[in-house]
Design a protein around this ligand. Structure first.
Ligand SMILES: *Cc1c(COP(=O)(O)O)cnc(C)c1O
Length: 471
């Protein structure tokens, strides 16, 4: 495809068609509720509001880009999982987005917290989460991380390899500790999502495979080790999953393994975890299930399996990350340039460059994630025009929103909001091109509370120690 840059505006009937799923909106100012956190609305002046504040004021006070987290919405989503899954333990997947404040909120809302590294564990502990309400994940936990987990007395360590089982055993023996462990298994279920975020099929790095017999071997190794207490089986089938079928098949397979272990060990393992991965709406075509619907489906399958296999229902847990924090947060950017690009065949696409990009949201570049956007600093009477929202980085793949209809009069200085930016955006942010990472602010009842301040050039230079000729 050859791109030719042309000056001036292009007539509307030469707009590129866009992907098949994207419909031209009747009203380019309308907000689709499933995409946005609950306090988001457009004010009478056309300005987007969140937490009782116009985004223009947030941008003025905090600068752009900025992640804006709707605090009431976070609590509502967290509590709706806790309520829907009553009797089960809900672990907040801290890797999706974790700060000390967020860890404290999760705790206050009745959640446990999952960590995948020593760094996340440190944040959760600093946020006041007691060790016994924390689970430690990771396919390559270091000795230091295992030590840290034992020191903190974490409620469970999810083991992922035979090497790790020995490592934990040694560390626990030295301290006289007896950590509670779960065995992470792969069920052979391939979640209906992008390949790189589906984790339960066989050819990937996580877990012990049930089909190969390694899962049962790992259960035996933990069960017979005096330095650990085996509490159950863990399965996580992937991310951004919309169909409960994947969970059902996985649950069936791990319940069968659970029953097999019970026969062999002469006792039923007391717990079981079905993982996270519940999908959220990033675009108008995504249809996420409510926590209540998920809970009903998962409960039904586990109970049915327990009946069929003649075992008790273990104490169940799940690990949502994205479904709690994803929709709570919008990313707010300022438009810097607007460019018309003529594609082969003469159709046009508008490239809107904003002041952030792949350093604050790598997901579109990493695995083709789709997002939506809206003009946030005003409403517009102009026609919708197929646009691509891109960042400021030196990469052709630096795309934030591949396809979106934006008003044709969008112009430098306008603010653009991207919903669904709470999970895996700030968490995966980088300093590519030496761009400082944006702050995260919580908004509630018209007030702004900074959770993570904006990184500065001095922060970046602070890591650069130059070169010492006589170290
Ligand atoms: C990533 C992950 C989660 C959370 O996934 P979401 O898509 O954010 O819900 C839960 N459990 C495990 C083991 C994970 O790796």
């Amino acid at each position: 495809m050859t791109h030719m840059h042309v000056a001036g505006s292009i007539h509307a009937d030469t707009i590129a068609p866009g992907p098949h799923w994207l419909r031209m909106p009747e009203d380019v100012n309308a907000l689709l509720p499933i995409l946005w956190s609950t306090t988001v609305k457009r004010g009478d002046d056309g300005v987007l509001q969140v937490g009782g504040l116009p985004v223009t004021e947030i941008a003025e006070r905090c600068g752009t880009p900025v992640y804006v987290l709707d605090e009431d919405d976070f609590h509502a989503r967290a509590r709706s999982f806790v309520e829907a899954f009553e009797g089960w333990d809900v672990y907040y997947a801290g890797k999706s987005f974790l700060t000390t404040a967020v860890a404290g909120w999760a705790l206050a809302d009745g959640l446990f917290v999952d960590c995948s590294t020593g760094g996340e564990l440190a944040v959760a502990l600093r946020g006041g989460v007691p060790g016994q309400r924390i689970g430690l994940h990771g396919n390559n936990k270091s000795e230091a991380e295992i030590e840290m987990a034992l020191e903190a007395g974490v409620g469970r360590i999810i083991v992922d390899s035979f090497d790790e089982i020995s490592r934990i055993s040694r560390a626990a023996a030295e301290r006289g500790a007896r950590p509670r462990v779960m065995v992470r298994v792969t069920t052979g279920v391939e979640a209906h999502t992008h390949e790189y975020i589906a984790t339960a099929h066989e050819d990937q790095k996580f877990g012990f495979s049930i089909a190969s017999g390694q899962a049962l071997e790992a259960l035996r190794a933990c069960e017979s080790d005096p330095h650990m207490e085996l509490i159950g089986i863990h399965s996580h089938i992937g991310s951004q999953i919309f169909e409960t079928l994947g969970f059902e098949v996985a649950a069936r397979r791990i319940m069968a393994l659970h029953a097999q272990a019970a026969r062999e060990f002469g006792r039923q393992l007391p717990e079981m975890d079905l993982g996270g991965g519940f999908g959220i709406a990033y675009t108008s075509t995504d249809r996420p299930e409510s926590p209540a619907t998920l809970a009903e489906a998962l409960r039904a399958i586990v109970e049915e399996q327990a009946r069929d296999l003649d075992v008790d229902v273990p104490r169940m847990s799940i690990e949502p990350g994205r479904a709690i924090v994803g929709p709570t947060t919008m990313a707010l950017y300022r438009v810097g340039t607007v460019k018309q690009v003529v594609l082969d065949g003469g159709a046009a696409r508008t490239y809107i460059s904003v002041d952030g990009g792949m350093s604050d949201n790598i997901r579109p570049a990493l695995y083709g994630a789709e997002y939506s956007a809206t003009l946030a600093s005003r409403s517009s009477a102009a026609a919708p025009r197929l646009s691509r929202i891109v960042g400021k980085h030196c990469e052709g793949g630096d795309i934030l929103v591949r396809d979106e209809f934006m008003p044709a009069d969008i112009t430098p200085g306008d603010l653009v909001a991207v919903p669904g930016s709470g999970a895996y955006s700030r968490a995966m942010a980088s300093n590519y091109n030496m761009v400082p990472r944006p702050p995260v602010v919580a908004v509630k009842d018209g007030r702004i509370h900074t959770l993570v301040r904006r990184e500065t050039i001095d922060d970046l230079l602070g890591l650069d120690v130059g070169y010492d000729p006589a170290p």
